[in-house]
Structure formats: structure tokens, C-alpha cells
Write a protein that binds this ligand. Structure first.
Ligand SMILES: Nc1ncnc2c1ncn2[C@@H]1O[C@H](COP(=O)(O)OP(=O)(O)OP(=O)(O)O)[C@@H](O)[C@H]1O
Ligand SMILES: [Mg+2]
Length: 308
């Protein structure tokens, strides 16, 4: 019995107990430090994740900026190509016609003189037309053009536009008006200026891209609150690959050959249709013809009607 109570046994027991306590305390400390390290690792992982996401976002906006920069550059080079071609060609024609008239006026037969004067007129009109298009687009894109619909006689306006286009295109193609009866089309509210830009571009395209003598149709009908206007031709048509890019600045289809143009007309049409709250669609087949349809809410009740 004495052996169990000896100081040595007590000391050993105390030592074992002390070691156990020390081990438990150390373990708890180690656990705490492990937990703290885990939390730190989690925090770092979250921070890294956030930074990676930030980096991806920055890369995305860099890509967007780069692609709009590329688009802008492409637009600029297309504009330079257009200006040099579309201005140089008519200017060259004018200069040579003027030189011929200046040097040989008295020796030239009357007919040749008339032809040279006509060349000057056509080329001057072409340059003036391009200037007008660029200026109009500039005003539209600066937000300086707004639709101002007023009550008007749609049949009458379409008749006048068809007449103007017949004379502007030297009656190259018959322009047939196919309108729903006058009563149905009465009551329209439209911005005559915008309508004129839309239809004169569509009709002049239809004539320009058709063989002489091929019929061009301008039709109008009413569909509830909308006027549905269509311009149809039997001309060269638009290849499918070009159809998606028709309303882009300076884009011309691959089948235009020598037919002159700047590729701005349809962009103006689209802008004017948008300003008038409408939609435009195209159906076309290369070699067979083209139909543009414009749907405009010309019979929708005006905002101030609701107040009255
Ligand atoms: N009725 C059509 N028939 C065939 N191709 C057409 C027709 N209308 C438009 N296109 C094609 O769409 C392109 C863009 O037309 P858009 O009117 O914008 O330009 P453009 O006629 O070339 O020049 P402009 O700015 O002088 O009108 C044309 O170059 C042509 O390739
Ligand atoms: Mg055109």
C-alpha cells in the first residue's frame, strides 16, 4: 500500500496529468490556429475570385472598346474610299466636259455640246445628292430630326412622290401606283418629309437596280393602325449574304457592278422609319427582284387625342 502513496507515484501522476493538460491545451491552440488559417485561406480565395472576375470584366470591356475602335476604323476607311470615288468620278467628268467646252465649243456640234452640259448637270447632282445624304445623316445622328406627324392625304403624297421619281429618273422604268381606295387611306397623320426620304430612296433604288423598262410598283394599304407601303421591282435583286448588312453605312451588295451609289440611302430610310416608329423588311432574290415593305403607325390615335 505504501508503494502507492509514495511521493514518486504522486509525481508521476502529476506529470502524466500535466502532460495531458498541456497536450489538450496545445491541441486546442493548434485547432484555433488551423481554423484561423482556414479562414485566411477562404478569404484569400474569395479575394482572388473577385480579382479574377474583375480581370475578366476588364478584358470584356477592352474587347468591346477594341471592336468598336475597329468598326470605327473600318467606317472611316469606307468613308474615305467613298468620298474619293464618289467625288472624284463626277469631278473628273465635270472637269473634262468643261475643258472640252472651253477649248472646242465653236467646233463641237450642238448635240455634243448638249451632251457635255448634261454630263455636268448629272455629275453635279450626284455630288450634291451625296452631300445632302451625309448632312441629313449627321443631323439625324445628332438627334436634330424628329417626326412631326400632321394630318395629310397619303394617296396624294404618294402620287406626288411617284411623279417626282419618274422625272428624277428620266422615266427609265414605269412607276405603277397601286393604292387601296382613297377612302381607306384617308385620316393618316404623317411627317411628309420623313415619308419622302423613305419612299424616294426606295423607289429610286428600285429604278436604279432594274433594267430600263422593267416595272416598279409602289403600293399602299391600311392594316389597322398601320399604313403598309411597299416598293417592288424586278431588278437585279440582292444576294442573300448582303441582305443582313443592307442598312449599314456604305455597304453595297456584290452584284452592283458599275451602277453608281454610296451605300447611304437605305441607312437614311432605316433612320427615318425608326423616327416614325415603324418597321422595314426586305424580300429579295438575286436576279429576280426585290420588295421592301415599310409599316408605319400612321393611323394610330395621336397622343393628344386621348386627352381631348
Ligand atoms: N431595289 C434594289 N435592288 C437591288 N439591290 C438593291 C436595291 N435596293 C438596295 N439595293 C442594294 O443595297 C445597297 C444599299 O442601298 P443604298 O440605297 O443604301 O445605297 P446605294 O443605292 O448604293 O447608294 P445611294 O446612297 O446613292 O442610295 C445597294 O448598293 C444595293 O447593293
Ligand atoms: Mg440608293
Amino acid at each position: 500500500m505504501a508503494a502507492f502513496t509514495s511521493p514518486q507515484v504522486l509525481l508521476v501522476t502529476l506529470l502524466v496529468a500535466g502532460t495531458a493538460i498541456w497536450a489538450a491545451v496545445s491541441l486546442a491552440r493548434a485547432r484555433r490556429s488551423l481554423n484561423a488559417s482556414r479562414r485566411e485561406v477562404d478569404r484569400l480565395a474569395q479575394e482572388l475570385d473577385g480579382r479574377l472576375r474583375e480581370h475578366a470584366r476588364a478584358q470584356e470591356s477592352l474587347q468591346v472598346a477594341l471592336s468598336s475602335e475597329r468598326e470605327l476604323l473600318e467606317l472611316k476607311s469606307r468613308f474615305v474610299a467613298l468620298v474619293s470615288h464618289e467625288f472624284r468620278t463626277p469631278l473628273g467628268i465635270i472637269m473634262s466636259a468643261v475643258e472640252l467646252l472651253k477649248n472646242y465649243r465653236d467646233r463641237l456640234p450642238l448635240e455634243s455640246r448638249q451632251e457635255l452640259l448634261e454630263d455636268i448637270l448629272v455629275s453635279t447632282r450626284r455630288m450634291a445628292g451625296l452631300m445632302e445624304q451625309v448632312l441629313l445623316l449627321g443631323r439625324v445622328d445628332a438627334g436634330k430630326v424628329a417626326a412631326q406627324p400632321v394630318p395629310l392625304d397619303l394617296s396624294d403624297l404618294l402620287g406626288r412622290i411617284a411623279d417626282e421619281q419618274r422625272s428624277a429618273t428620266g422615266a427609265r422604268c414605269p412607276i405603277v401606283l397601286d393604292l387601296a381606295d382613297h377612302g381607306t387611306l384617308l385620316g393618316a397623320r404623317a411627317d411628309a418629309g420623313l415619308l419622302r426620304h423613305i419612299l424616294s430612296n426606295l423607289v429610286s433604288n428600285a429604278v436604279k437596280y432594274s433594267p430600263a423598262g422593267a416595272e416598279v410598283r409602289l403600293t399602299a394599304r391600311r392594316d389597322g393602325p398601320d399604313a403598309v407601303l411597299a416598293v417592288t421591282d424586278r431588278g437585279i435583286g440582292i444576294p442573300e449574304a448582303d441582305q443582313a448588312r443592307l442598312f449599314e453605312a456604305f455597304h453595297r451588295a456584290t452584284n452592283v457592278g458599275e451602277i453608281p451609289g454610296s451605300g447611304l440611302g437605305l441607312l437614311i430610310v432605316k433612320r427615318c422609319v425608326d423616327l416614325h416608329g415603324g418597321r422595314i423588311t426586305v424580300r429579295s432574290k438575286a436576279g429576280a427582284g426585290t420588295a421592301f415593305e415599310v409599316r408605319l403607325p400612321l393611323y394610330a390615335p395621336a397622343a393628344d387625342d386621348a386627352v381631348r
